[in-house]
Design a protein. Structure first.
Length: 199
């Protein structure tokens, strides 16, 4: 009888030890997963802050050397008039885009923005008439926002950094949801407090 009791106690002790080991493993896995996601979150936050600082520095340089951009070549329509009808604003925000029908994403920069379109600086040249599914990231107030839109490339050329392979193109908005349209309008209203892009 005593042997059976000792055997039962030993079995219970083994089960408790096994239970504690499994509990520690599960807790360790949960802590690892939470740490992983926190690292990703802080990495994205730091990246966004660098983008904001980059934009602030670029805005400062544009304000300081405003007269140096007057001679920049602008796309002209066949009638000889500037095609742009909406006020444009200097920005320097990240954009993620892919061609219509393709799942391959590319990264670039939006260097000016208006209600009707944007200027994109990218490492690859785009063709006129190409449709893009794009997402622009920006900070308005204290929040990181994104605007999704469908756009069409209306002109394309090589910017000043031809040797480095920097291309730029102008794209007009084709489709944008009501919510993203509201975001865009609020963004442009905020940018209107600053000087518009020289025209």
């Amino acid at each position: 009888m005593a042997v059976q009791i000792r055997a039962i106690r030993a079995g219970n002790s083994f089960l408790k030890t096994d239970y504690y080991r499994r509990t520690v493993k599960v807790a360790s896995l949960i802590v690892f997963i939470m740490t992983f996601f926190l690292i990703i979150f802080f990495f994205r936050l730091i990246s966004s802050l660098f983008v904001v600082l980059e934009h602030a520095l670029r805005s400062f340089r544009n304000a300081k050397f405003w007269g140096t951009e007057e001679n920049e070549t602008k796309p002209i329509s066949r009638t000889g008039r500037d095609r742009r009808k909406c006020p444009r604003f200097d920005v320097y925000w990240p954009i993620e885009y892919n061609q219509a029908g393709s799942s391959v994403s590319h990264n670039g920069r939006v260097t000016n923005l208006s209600e009707g379109g944007m200027l994109i600086q990218s490492p690859g040249q785009m063709k006129i008439g190409q449709h893009l599914k794009s997402k622009v990231s920006f900070i308005l107030g204290s929040k990181i926002n994104t605007i999704d839109m469908q756009a069409e490339v209306v002109w394309s050329d090589i910017h000043l950094n031809e040797a480095r392979g920097d291309y730029r193109c102008g794209a007009r908005f084709l489709d944008i949801t009501a919510g993203d349209k509201t975001k865009l309008n609020n963004l442009l209203m905020s940018l209107s407090q600053q000087l518009p892009y020289s025209s």
